[in-house]
Write a protein that binds this ligand. Structure first.
Ligand code: OSB
Ligand code: MG
Length: 374
C-alpha cells in the first residue's frame, strides 16, 4: 500500500472535569490526530503528547516538529506491507515514542482495514485464543480538593458500574485518602498512582498502606528509575507496577530481570506503538507478569486502539479505558459506553479501529492543521 498523504491536526478538547495529578492540573486536553491515506483507505492515529511535559518530555508541539520534519517525510511514498515495516523506517529517530505511536497506530488501522479485519483480530493473529470481545476496565480519579469529595467521586463511579478504582496520590495526599477509601468501599479493587512523586525515603508512607489490600501501587519513584523500585519492592506488601519507566520491551526485560515490579502498565504510546506494546505483552506473558492497558485521556480515536490491544490474552487486569462520558462531552469519533453489568467496554468489530471520525467536530477543536504529500 503506497502511503500517499498524511493530515496532521493539533487539537484541544475541554475535559468534563479537571484532571489533577502529582505533575499538574488539566482542564483541557491537547493531542495530535493523524490521518494516513493509502490506496483509498484512511488510517487514524492519536499522539497523546499534551500541552506540557509533565508526564513525558514530549509535548504536542515537540511531537508536531518530530512528526512533520522527520517521521512523516520518512514514511510518505513508502510501500507499506505490514505495520511492523514502519518500526524500521522510524528507527533513525531516537526517543519520541509518543510521536512515533501516532503513525504506528494509523498503519495498524489501515492495514487491518485492507485485510478486512478489526484491529483486535489483526493484533490477535499470533494467539490461538484470539481476541476477547469485551475488556475489563476501571476508572482513574484525579486528586480532589478534599477526602469527602474523593469519596463522593468514587461512589459516583461505582454507581456507574466501574469495578476498579485508581486514585492519584502525591506527598501529603496519600495514606489518609487510601485508608478512607478502603474503609468506605470494602472489597472494591483500589489502586494508587503516584506518577513518580516520591523517593526511597518515603518507604514508610507505602509501608503504612501495607494492610489496605490494594491492587497495586503504580510508579511511586522517579520516572526513569528501575533500580530504586527494585529496592522498594521487597519492603512493601502492595504489588508494584511500573508506568513511566518502561519505554520498550527491552526496558521491561531489564525491569523484570532486577525485580523492579510485579505488574506493568502497557501504554502503547509510551512504548512507540502497538507493535512494541505487543512485544511487552508477550514478554510479560511468558514471565507470568500481569499487564493492563494504560490510558492518557484518549479521544475515541485512541480509545478504540486501546480496546483492541486490551483484547489480547495477556491483559488480565482492568485497563485505564473508561467510557467517553468520563472524559468528553463531545468527542471527535465514535463514543464508547460502559457495560455496567461486568465493568467492561465492548471491543469495536468493524474493520481497523472500527470507528467513525466526526470530521466536523474534529475541525471545530483543531488549533492547527497541515497536509503532507511527497
Ligand atoms: O499515569 O496513568 C497515568 C492520564 C494522563 C497521564 C498519565 C496517566 C493518566 C491516567 C488517566 O491515569 C488514565 C485514563 O486515560 O483514564
Ligand atoms: Mg500512571
Amino acid at each position: 500500500m503506497k502511503i500517499e498523504r498524511i493530515d496532521l491536526y493539533h487539537v484541544s478538547m475541554p475535559l468534563v472535569s479537571p484532571f489533577v495529578t502529582s505533575f499538574g492540573r488539566q482542564l483541557e486536553r491537547q493531542c495530535l490526530i493523524l490521518a494516513l491515506h493509502a490506496e483509498g483507505l484512511t488510517g487514524w492515529g492519536e499522539c497523546v503528547a499534551n500541552s506540557t511535559p509533565g508526564y513525558s518530555y514530549e509535548t504536542a508541539v515537540t511531537a508536531w516538529h518530530v512528526l512533520s520534519d522527520f517521521l512523516i517525510p520518512a514514511v510518505l511514498d513508502q510501500d507499506l506491507q505490514e505495520p511492523e515495516d514502519i518500526v524500521d523506517w522510524m528507527g533513525f529517530v531516537r526517543g519520541h515514542p509518543l510521536a512515533k505511536a501516532a503513525l504506528d497506530q494509523a498503519v495498524w488501522d489501515v492495514t487491518a482495514q485492507r485485510d478486512g479485519l478489526s484491529l483486535a483480530q489483526k493484533l490477535a493473529m499470533p494467539y490461538a485464543e484470539g481476541a476477547r470481545d469485551r475488556v475489563k476496565v476501571g476508572v482513574s480519579i484525579g486528586i480532589q480538593p478534599t477526602i469527602a469529595q474523593t469519596m463522593a467521586v468514587i461512589e459516583k463511579h461505582l454507581e456507574e458500574g466501574y469495578g476498579r478504582i485508581k486514585l492519584k496520590i502525591k506527598p501529603g495526599h496519600d495514606v489518609e485518602i487510601a485508608r478512607s477509601a478502603r474503609a468506605a468501599f470494602a472489597g472494591v479493587p483500589i489502586m494508587l498512582d503516584a506518577n513518580s512523586a516520591y523517593t526511597l525515603e518515603d518507604t514508610p508512607v507505602f509501608q503504612a498502606m501495607d494492610d489496605l489490600d490494594l491492587l497495586m501501587l503504580e510508579q511511586p519513584l522517579a520516572y526513569e528509575d528501575i533500580y530504586d523500585h527494585s529496592r522498594l519492592r521487597p519492603q512493601i506488601e502492595t504489588p508494584l507496577c511500573l508506568d513511566e519507566s518502561i519505554h520498550s520491551a527491552d526496558h521491561a526485560r531489564f525491569a523484570l530481570a532486577i525485580g523492579a515490579c510485579d505488574i506493568i502498565n502497557i501504554k502503547p504510546s509510551r512504548v512507540s506503538g502497538w507493535t512494541e506494546a505487543r512485544k511487552v505483552h508477550d514478554l510479560c506473558r511468558e514471565g507470568g507478569v500481569p499487564v493492563w492497558v494504560g490510558g492518557m485521556l484518549e479521544t475515541g480515536v485512541g480509545r478504540a486502539a486501546q480496546l483492541a490491544l486490551a483484547s489480547l490474552p495477556g491483559f488480565t487486569l482492568p485497563g485505564d479505558i473508561s467510557a467517553t462520558d468520563r472524559y468528553y462531552e463531545r468527542d471527535i469519533a465514535t463514543r464508547f459506553s460502559l457495560n455496567r453489568e461486568d465493568s467492561t467496554i465492548t471491543v469495536p468489530v468493524g474493520p481497523g479501529l472500527g470507528i467513525e471520525v466526526d470530521e466536523e467536530q474534529l475541525a471545530a477543536v483543531t488549533l492547527r492543521q497541515q497536509t503532507f504529500t511527497q
